[in-house]
Design a protein around this ligand. Structure first.
Ligand code: SF4
Ligand code: SF4
Length: 384
């Protein structure tokens, strides 16, 4: 067992790292009743908080890495324990001591890739805009209507590239004057910050802010709710303010303005999964639903756990890069919920959700034949 220091010192270290709110907990256990971990394993946020309060945190315990920062327990905590901020404080200490237990072992490698190439995959920065070749996408220049920032997964991941293509085709169909920063774009840094690597987050944020300001960007369109959260809520810590729009909001707006018209029927029964960082963290619940409601022929049915009670896919808080045993994957539980209500397609609007749900789909008994996983843009693109 790695102990940072005797208990008083541990309590002080946790407080210094941002976990002061732990001490407000009165152990009611409400957090555990809503936590998605309660469906798949024995992890307890209440216990983690108790240990931190008494300076009994073990930084070589995998438990400090489990929270996906889904945002569900802060909604019900009567003492404002700020489980996400406080939980990240424990990870900051572990990161400082270079201790990444169990499933968190990939994190140092991811951090090295982000530092060297600005993306978590270790792909060359020079290839960041390769997706845009042959799509007629311009480099952003001042005076354009909007900057489109696809983020790492849509820029590099093979599944993500299908989503970025659909997105570009929608923007072109609506006559939007947009451009990209290409190789000057770096990871937004949101998820690595949640793993406790504050220095790396700040480095990535500064790189992006320099590129955004240097290119005269005022309005940013994003595909990832994690970029959305970071640009909108975290970058203002650097005394900058950009107007940030998620693609679901933008498509909804383009439809309302009559710039985008959907004419082809998509005769499918679908259900929409609210990504934690778009829905619970940022209140974007209605716009994706309104946009889907404009698709001719589409039948949209709600899952029981939706909107602010949406069930996390498991990808937030840096867990998208961590190892999760199959029997503990939230995305398996969620995909089954979609299947149970008879959905032919699980629609969402986050690259982490897509990644996790595609893995879960392929792991189903029928090899994924009975249900599809689509980004909202792919459904909209089909209806153009
Ligand atoms: S809900 Fe809040 S007060 Fe209750 S056990 Fe969890 S952290 Fe403590
Ligand atoms: S934020 Fe979500 S995953 Fe983390 S402890 Fe709370 S309910 Fe569980």
């Amino acid at each position: 067992m790695d102990i940072v220091a005797p208990q008083k010192e541990i309590i002080d270290a946790i407080k210094a790292a941002g976990g002061d709110a732990f001490k407000s907990c009165y152990q009611c256990g409400m957090c555990d009743t809503v936590c998605p971990w309660s469906r798949v394993s024995k992890f307890s946020m209440r216990k983690l908080v108790r240990e931190a309060t008494f300076g009994l945190t073990e930084i070589d315990s995998e438990d400090i890495w489990r929270c996906t920062t889904c945002g569900k327990c802060p909604q019900v905590c009567p003492r404002d324990v700020q489980q996400i901020k406080s939980g990240v404080a424990l990870r900051r200490i572990a990161t400082e001591y270079d201790v990444f237990a169990g499933g968190a072992s990939p994190i140092p490698g991811v951090a090295a890739s982000l530092r060297a190439e600005g993306n978590p995959f270790g792909e060359p920065r020079a290839k960041r805009a390769d997706w845009a070749k042959d799509l007629g996408v311009k480099r952003f220049s001042e005076g354009m209507e909007i900057l489109y920032s696809p983020g790492c997964y849509l820029a590099y991941d093979p599944r993500g590239k299908k989503i970025v293509k659909a997105t570009v085709e929608i923007l072109q169909a609506a006559g939007v004057d947009f451009g990209i920063l290409g190789t000057d774009e770096s990871c937004c840094g949101e998820s690595i910050r949640k793993t406790g690597d504050e220095d790396l987050f700040r480095k990535l944020a500064r790189q992006n802010i320099g590129a955004l300001i240097g290119n005269g960007v005022k309005k940013i369109l994003v595909s990832s709710p994690h970029c959305y959260h970071s640009f909108k809520n975290e970058y203002p810590e650097f005394m900058v303010h950009f107007e940030v729009v998620h693609i679901t909001e933008y498509v909804d707006q383009l439809l309302k303005e009559g710039r985008l018209k959907l004419t082809k029927p998509v005769d499918k029964k679908v259900t929409y999964h609210d990504p934690c960082y778009l829905g619970r963290h940022n209140g974007v619940f209605d716009q994706p639903r309104q946009a889907l409601a404009c698709v001719p022929g589409l039948q949209v049915t709600e899952m029981a756990e939706s909107k602010k009670n949406s069930f996390c896919c498991g990808g937030g808080g840096g867990r998208i890069w961590m190892e999760t045993p199959k029997e503990e994957r939230f995305s398996d539980v969620r995909l089954e919920q979609a299947a149970q209500i008879g959905a032919q397609v699980l629609v969402t609007s986050c690259p982490y959700c897509i990644t996790n749900f595609e893995d879960s789909r392929l792991g189903r008994a029928d090899g994924g034949a009975s249900i599809e996983v689509r980004d909202m843009t792919e459904i909209i693109r089909e209806a153009l």
